[in-house]
Design a protein around this ligand. Structure first.
Ligand SMILES: NC(=O)c1ccc[n+]([C@@H]2O[C@H](COP(=O)([O-])OP(=O)(O)OC[C@H]3O[C@@H](n4cnc5c(N)ncnc54)[C@H](OP(=O)(O)O)[C@@H]3O)[C@@H](O)[C@H]2O)c1
Length: 334
């Protein structure tokens, strides 16, 4: 096998980001799409020039036409279909959040171990040079001792996506909706990347909207040696993202931490006593890294850059944040 034949499991909006990434990769080709509805799958295949269309997810899994699937389903279906795909002998790139319970995450990891199929969380920004450079700057000690990380991911879900006939999957409680699950995971996972593991304690607070899910969420997280993180997310305010990492010798600011090609993003180092220093980041399409990483895992036996242990900790921390928001108590993730 020299090229990985990819299938898209659903016609999700987010596919639009993955299709060019798979096509731009040296060792991937997009060969199929599956939808719950055959007509929809056919129309989608035609629109995106995908050779094969399947009228059910199961049909694609059993077809023998694909080696790997990309899962962009609503959050509550990630575990079920990742496991079914691996049991069918397919490798899996599954969207964040991986699952909404630790039991599901553990079942996914167990399925990967049992079948030998590769399984990875599709956290695209972790593979981007901007994130890796930020990590290198921190680990080289340029900021001194890190004291605090803060960051946010906010955007606005319009009224049209709040109507029952056109409800956005992010607003349905039983489908793993909520802004912390959806976009709060970005600054939360960035903090885990910088601090090298999950927090020792978390405190969360949320505003539940008319939808029944959290539409504004704020969290404090505490790490070893008193290091802290403050994160927030929202469905109810204009688009805004940033990450700031603060240390005893300076700070690092990412104006757009979750974009790829230069869309006005700036990575700025501000030393304790000096002027701002802008750090040049190589251009790379945002979603290409996660695709290439899975290819390397399958074809070269290279361990995934984002480990399943890190992924499990992402879910563990979000669950603790929600428990804290619900109970009003500080929670120590177990
Ligand atoms: N990494 C990123 O940058 C990024 C960005 C956006 C979203 N995401 C993640 O991607 C996932 C999908 O988000 P999205 O906005 O693309 O969702 P979406 O457009 O609503 O697509 C979800 C797809 O799932 C399928 N589906 C199966 N059961 C469904 C159900 N009960 N209700 C609705 N759809 C169902 C549908 O495809 P068929 O009708 O074809 O079966 C639908 O098109 C989420 O996990 C989200 O967190 C990641």
């Amino acid at each position: 096998m020299t090229k990985i034949r990819w299938g898209l499991l659903s016609t999700a909006n987010i596919n639009k980001a993955l299709i060019p990434a798979i096509r731009a990769s040296a060792r991937g080709e997009l060969v199929a799409v599956a939808s719950r509805d055959h007509t929809k799958a056919e129309a989608y295949a035609q629109e995106w020039a995908i050779p094969q269309a399947f009228g059910s997810y199961e049909e694609m899994l059993q077809s023998g036409a694909v080696d790997a699937v990309y899962i962009g389903l609503p959050n509550h279906l990630h575990a079920e279909w990742s496991i079914k795909a691996m049991q069918a002998g397919l490798h899996v790139l599954c969207e964040k959040p991986f699952a909404t319970s630790l039991a599901e995450v553990d079942a996914m990891i167990a399925a990967s171990q049992k079948t030998g199929m590769m399984l990875a969380e599709a956290f695209m920004y972790r593979h981007h040079p901007q994130t890796k450079i930020a990590g290198e700057i921190v680990r080289a000690g340029k900021l001194g001792e890190i004291t605090l990380l803060r960051g946010t991911f906010d955007f606005f879900l319009p009224e049209t996506q709040r109507q029952p006939e056109n409800i956005n999957v992010r607003l349905v409680p039983e489908w793993g909706g909520g802004c912390q699950w959806d976009v709060g995971v970005y600054p939360m996972s960035f903090a885990q990347f910088i601090f090298g593991g999950p927090p020792e304690w978390v405190f969360g607070a949320q505003k539940i909207g008319a939808s029944g899910v959290d539409e504004v969420f704020a969290g404090q997280m505490g790490y070893a040696n008193g290091r802290l993180a403050q994160i927030s997310s929202s469905f109810a305010t204009p688009f805004h993202t940033f990450i700031e990492i603060i240390g005893t010798q300076g700070r690092l600011h990412l104006s757009k931490p979750f974009v790829g090609l230069d869309e006005g993003r700036k990575l700025t180092f501000t030393p304790k006593d000096g002027p701002d220093e802008e750090i040049v980041v190589p251009e790379k399409a945002l979603y290409l890294g996660e695709v290439e990483d899975l290819h390397a895992a399958i074809l070269d036996g290279v361990p995934s850059y984002l480990t399943l242990e890190e992924t499990r900790n992402h879910v563990k921390t979000v669950l603790a944040l929600y428990e804290s928001a619900k109970t009003g108590k500080i929670i120590r993730p177990q």
